[in-house]
Design a protein around this ligand. Structure first.
Ligand code: FAD
Length: 394
């Protein structure tokens, strides 16, 4: 990345602030569909934080999945889940993209316009950087990750992952997206296993918890115990990642967008473009990249309104997801939360696919809620009304 001060502050048509998942995908989509635009991307880190971003093939429209597929680090033909009373193999393809791969693709696409800068002030017209230089462009897009808000009431899906180099081949061919047969702790707990190579595996301890704090040492030792239990002889720990993703319970989306500073186009977690139950933003980021590429001619302020409208529309469509989160967090005892997911994973595969893709039909919703709930009925009914809890900060 270039460290030189920028001489001409208005040489870009588009400036992307933050080089994570959302803006990385926007950079590539703009380069593909609008090759004439001069795109600059500002990020303080020469190498991104290690992330392994996954999605189901059915989270994206088929042509989008086909375009994305060659860039993915891994694609598996299906995945497994396991609960105390039920295990299942699903045939939905699952793929992952590492932050390293995405950054390399962005570097190839932008060359010297990938700039190592930390933005201090971001407005619809320009960016002032900590390094002292300023940039201007007709279109500025803010993808600097989630921001705190008193208007979004959340709990957490928090996790810590270890990438393990094993001494021998593990024999796994598919990810285990949830192994909830482990001891339940700190809410709903499961282990996530991604076979990244014949003798390499990413294993994550994940908890749906009321608080976002992570006890790194404790989770690492739990993971090493899990690995030993699986019969894996560990040669080395070659990578680590951790996160606390928002699980949205309720909120006031219009008040969120009325907060100061949100008149700059906001994408990714910052624009609330993520699944309320999983905290996954990859599928939304693909759609937003397409939306931005189609509307890049508008400039900052009109595009900010387009993104705001899309985000509010998605929020309204996703009330059902927030209701399920409230059932999970307020109706179920923490050590019984796994039952909600165990029951969900008995439902038909196409329904599960539509759920993760945010396309549940009315019939799907009725089916998810039908029957004897795996949580106490009175508490489940209370969870239907959005709570007015003390606002939690994202
Ligand atoms: C470890 C981890 C694993 C995840 N796995 C998945 C997954 O499997 N699937 C999925 O869909 N979602 C996953 N998520 C959730 C979510 O999709 C990610 O958090 C995703 O990275 C969010 O994308 P984003 O573009 O909003 O933010 P980020 O990807 O976090 O990007 C923000 C970028 O902004 C930069 N930045 C910050 N401040 C400044 C500044 N002042 N100036 C310039 N740049 C700045 C940062 O350096 C960073 O590169 C995961 C999250 C984590 C933390």
């Amino acid at each position: 990345m270039s460290e030189r001060p920028v001489q001409s502050p208005s040489k870009h048509d588009v400036l992307l602030v933050g080089g994570g998942l959302a803006n990385g995908l926007i950079a590539l989509e703009l380069r593909r569909r609008r090759p004439e635009l001069r795109i600059g991307l500002l990020d303080p880190d020469a190498e991104p934080e290690p992330h392994t971003w996954c999605l189901f093939a059915t989270d994206a429209a088929p042509p989008v999945w086909e375009t994305l597929r060659p860039m993915l680090d891994h694609v598996w033909a299906g995945y497994d889940v396991a609960f105390p009373g039920h295990a299942r193999a699903l045939t939905t393809p699952y793929g992952c993209l590492t932050s390293r791969t995405l950054r390399a693709a962005v570097r190839d696409a932008l060359g010297p316009d990938l700039l190592r800068r930390r933005a201090r002030l971001v407005s619809p017209e320009g960016v002032v950087c900590e390094e002292g230089d300023t940039f201007a462009a007709p279109l500025i897009i803010d993808g600097r990750g989630a921001t705190p808000s008193p208007h979004v009431d959340i709990a957490y899906q928090k996790f810590l992952g270890l990438e393990l180099q094993l001494k021998r081949i593990h024999g796994l061919t598919r990810p285990t997206v949830m192994d909830a047969t482990v001891r339940q702790a700190d809410g709903f707990r499961f282990i996530y296993v991604l076979p990244l190579g014949p003798d390499r595996v990413l294993v994550e301890d994940t908890r749906y918890s009321d608080g976002g704090e992570i006890d790194r040492l404790q989770l690492e030792s739990e993971l090493l115990r899990y690995a030993r239990g699986a019969g894996w002889a560990i040669a080395d720990v070659v990578g680590r990642e951790r996160g606390a993703l928002p699980v949205v319970l309720a909120g006031d989306v219009e008040a969120y967008w009325d907060e100061p500073g949100r008149h700059v186009p906001q994408v990714g977690m910052r624009g609330l473009f993520f699944h309320p139950v999983t905290g996954y933003s990859f599928p939304d980021a693909l759609q937003v990249a397409e939306l931005v590429a189609r509307n890049a001619h508008l400039g900052s302020r009109p595009l900010a309104r387009v993104l705001r409208d899309r985000s509010i529309a998605l929020w309204r469509q996703r009330g059902f997801h927030r209701l399920l989160n409230r059932m999970l967090f307020t109706a179920a005892e923490p050590d019984q939360r796994y039952r909600v997911l165990e029951r969900f994973y008995r439902l038909p595969q196409p329904l599960i696919e539509r759920f993760y893709a945010g396309r549940s039909t009315v019939a799907d919703k009725a089916r998810v809620l039908a029957g004897k709930p795996p949580v106490p009925v009175l508490r489940a009914l209370k969870a239907v009304a959005p709570p007015r809890r003390t606002p939690v900060v994202a």
